[in-house]
Design a protein around this ligand. Structure first.
Ligand SMILES: [Zn+2]
Ligand SMILES: [Zn+2]
Length: 204
């Protein structure tokens, strides 16, 4: 009698274990695998309290959404930039001019954070110089240039040699195309023609 009862208990226990196992599983809506509930992320808005996709599938969906959003955002930024290019550049240029230390710090940090890009930037610059017409420039000319005041604002600090017609726009690397410009004016003028830069600055 006692033996029989124990058998019954085992049977009963076995049954309930099996049943509860069934209750504790469900198929993933994405990969279709039957998985334990604990393999599904919690989602309070559902009846079971669990999401329909398993944890790995959920993660994959999330990162796919994130990437899609990133692409969308990039496209949006690009389109926005194209549509408002001149305003954006003018604003950035003005900011750089108003905050030379911040701009310098920003550039320095950017270059430090992107060694690859910094190298690319430098070699790009070299390639552009190579591609343009380069004429001999005398030491005397350079000495005079570097001891002059900025042609644009009259400052005598951080004098650089500015290509009046930017090399990027086909200007020559020649004495005739080089003028003294302070660092601030030079970087503000950047790739602009003088007349356009002056217009942007409201000087012409
Ligand atoms: Zn799955
Ligand atoms: Zn200047």
């Amino acid at each position: 009698m006692k033996v029989l009862q124990r058998c019954d208990n085992i049977l009963e226990r076995g049954q309930t274990e099996k049943e509860s196992n069934m209750e504790n599983t469900k198929p993933c809506s994405v990969c279709k695998q039957i998985l334990l509930l604990q393999d599904f992320p919690n989602k309070s808005s559902t009846k079971s309290g669990k999401a329909s996709a398993c944890k790995p599938c959920n993660q994959a969906q999330k990162s796919a959404r994130y990437r899609a959003n990133l692409d969308k955002n990039r496209e949006y930024q690009k389109a926005y930039y194209e549509a408002n290019k001149s305003t954006i550049i003018a604003r950035a240029t003005k900011w750089a001019k108003d905050n030379p230390e911040k701009q310098y710090e920003h550039n320095r940090r950017w270059l430090l954070s992107q060694p690859g890009k910094a190298n690319a930037y430098a070699s790009n610059r070299r390639a552009k110089l190579k591609a343009c017409e380069v004429f001999p420039i005398s030491q005397r000319f350079l000495r005079k240039l570097y001891s002059s005041n900025c042609l644009y604002c009259g400052s005598h600090e951080q004098i650089t040699a500015d290509h009046v017609i930017p090399v990027e726009l086909g200007g020559r690397h020649s004495e005739g195309n080089l003028v003294p410009a302070c660092q601030s004016c030079n970087s503000s003028k950047g790739m602009n023609l003088l007349i356009i830069w002056k217009k942007k600055k409201g000087l012409a």
